[in-house]
Design a protein around this ligand. Structure first.
Ligand SMILES: [Zn+2]
Length: 363
């Protein structure tokens, strides 16, 4: 399909979704006449209406959803280090959304949340994404939304707002910090962790690290989320709200150490489809399926939940000197004790380890 007809298709799907949202809103008004969100007495009738509506949506959307396979293979056959096709990503996302809206279970969760579209339109959100010029920006939104929005159980409304209504800015790591991070990662106590976990050569590791440094972007992540490695190997790290520059710098570094375990697991893949099929082998030594958590265990002896000022100083002072990992481990809090009474960055991320990073336990 040519570029022009892709755009036509995209806007006709957006129009179609816009009309579905309007129908959902009108239906919702019947059950919530005064803008309240209580519908307990109407619930059986409401459930019936959701079921009916999902069947209608499924039928009306068929002309688009039958293209799912075509756009699926077009999207997933992209090379991970090649140009990212944001337009194809948006089309695939929208077709999937239509498919989901045709399922009554999803539609019923979506029903109340659709009220947020009073404050912004879905067209505006996707126009923002389509106007992005950099591959990493398109990758951030599309791959993040695909990861998040079809699992609406937690904070569905918040997530829609985060991905579609908000505009995020991205920064690269400054040159001197990249060099410092590389010096640390090249030390045996860091480097050997990746080499042994993935069975890669030293030169493979060196190439991987040099490539990675240009694919790291700092941005405001969602609450409780500090890192996100996309299937096409961009690494997004939280812009920590930390006034102490040294703590800020090394909070990014510790998160990077974690994300690089996701990165290297995917580095040998050639397409997004291949990345999609990877799963982290369960490692009984560390009782975790989360690749980055396993990595933190390998390198630091446990999950780093807290970085103290003295720990950050040690990293800064030993980036070009001999690094004693055993000693460094005594400077980071692996046990989560009296964490708030001390000076430093909390890296606990979230009370749920599954929210540790957007990659999650799958890979
Ligand atoms: Zn992770």
């Amino acid at each position: 399909m040519s570029e022009g007809s892709d755009i036509d298709l995209l806007y006709s799907i957006l129009d179609h979704i816009g009309s579905i949202f309007q129908i959902v809103k009108d239906k919702l008004a019947e059950f919530l006449p005064d803008g309240s969100d209580q519908m307990s007495e109407n619930y059986p009738r409401y459930q019936l209406s959701v079921n009916e509506l999902s069947i209608n949506i499924e039928n009306q959307s068929r002309r688009f959803t039958q293209m799912l396979e075509e756009y699926h293979s077009k999207f997933y056959s992209q090379e991970i280090l090649g140009h990212f096709n944001t337009k194809t990503g948006v089309i695939l996302f929208l077709i999937r959304l239509l498919k989901k809206l045709g399922e009554s279970e999803y539609l019923s969760l979506f029903y109340v949340e659709v009220l947020i579209f009073d404050s912004f339109s879905i067209q505006t959100g996707f126009s923002k994404i389509l106007n992005l010029t950099e591959d990493y920006e398109g990758s951030f939104y599309i791959l993040g939304m695909m990861k998040e929005l079809f699992n609406p159980k937690m904070g569905f409304k918040y997530k829609w707002e985060y991905w579609l209504a908000q505009t995020h800015s991205f920064k690269s790591i400054p040159y001197s910090w990249r060099e410092d991070f590389k010096s640390l990662l090249m030390k045996p106590c860091f480097r050997n962790g990746y080499i042994s976990e993935f069975g890669i050569s030293e030169s493979h590791f060196d190439v991987g690290i040099n490539t990675a440094m240009f694919r790291v972007k700092i941005t405001r992540m969602q609450e409780g989320l500090y890192g996100f490695t996309t299937p096409n190997l961009y690494i997004f790290i939280e812009k920590f709200q930390e006034p102490n520059l040294l703590l800020y710098k090394y909070a990014i570094f510790i998160t990077l150490v974690h994300e690089l375990f996701h990165y290297f697991r995917r580095f040998r893949c050639s397409t997004i489809e291949e990345v999609r099929n990877i799963t982290t082998p369960e490692n009984s030594n560390y009782n975790s399926k989360e690749g980055g958590t396993i990595g933190e265990n390998i390198i630091f002896g446990g999950r780093v939940k807290f970085l103290s000022e003295i720990g950050a100083k040690y990293l800064e002072e030993h980036k070009t000197q001999e690094f004693d990992m055993g000693f460094f481990q005594t400077l980071i809090d692996l046990n989560d004790k009296e964490i708030y009474e001390r000076t430093g960055v909390v890296l606990k991320r979230s009370s749920s380890w599954r929210r540790n990073c957007l990659v999650g336990f799958r890979d």
